[in-house]
Design a protein around this ligand. Structure first.
Ligand code: CUA
Length: 196
């Protein structure tokens, strides 16, 4: 079987040659180029966020039964909120449900590594805290774990960023971030997983 001799060994060059050989109106050509540039720009933004701002998807896939969170040890009502594990790490457990985040209010220290563990009790929610790397989907049936630090004390809004129903735009709450030296650690966690 005979094959056509290729004009260029560089595959990108060959693709450009093919593209140039097709008749496309110059306006259309311009818009194709603009679309490709926009795609390139978005890929660039994602790359910069991933490598320089530490934005990443949850690292592990951990499942949980959303319908029985109240019966689970970790996300039972009494265990929600801020806790400190045996290694001195601060773990914050929160439940998202239409249309709020529970517990309603928490105090956390500034300039300290915090690990948030989120679950949904009903449908898909999201959580976004502006000016931090906290932005994750909260998918029913999975635990979303994100670590972050708050640079300075203040009130930080907690916003749901996935459409979850008619009350979606009212689904927000806030976190009080207080100076590291003024923050009092809660009693050591009694959750089994925290005591390893
Ligand atoms: Cu929860 Cu939108």
């Amino acid at each position: 079987m005979q094959t056509e001799p290729s004009k260029s060994t560089n595959p990108i060059r060959a693709l450009c040659d093919q593209f140039n050989a097709i008749h496309i109106d110059h306006l259309e050509r311009r818009w194709i180029s603009i679309s490709l540039l926009v795609i390139g720009l978005f890929v660039g933004i994602i790359t910069i966020d991933a490598f320089f701002h530490g934005v990443n998807p949850p690292s592990k896939v951990e499942t949980i039964d959303s319908a029985s969170l109240h019966l689970s040890e970790e996300f039972a009502e009494d265990n929600l909120g801020v806790s400190v594990n045996q290694n001195g790490e601060i773990i914050i457990r929160m439940v998202a449900g239409r249309y709020s985040f529970f517990p309603k209010h928490i105090d956390v220290p500034a300039e300290t590594q915090l690990t948030f563990r989120w679950v949904s009790m009903d449908v898909l929610h999201g959580v976004h805290i502006p000016m931090t790397n906290m932005s994750t989907m909260i998918v029913p049936g999975y635990v979303a774990e994100v670590s972050t630090q708050f640079p300075s004390p203040g009130e930080y809004p907690l916003l749901c960023n996935e459409y979850c129903g008619l009350g979606h735009n009212h689904m927000w709450s806030n976190i009080s971030v207080i100076a590291k030296e003024d923050w009092k650690a809660p009693v050591k966690s009694s959750i089994k997983g925290d005591q390893q």
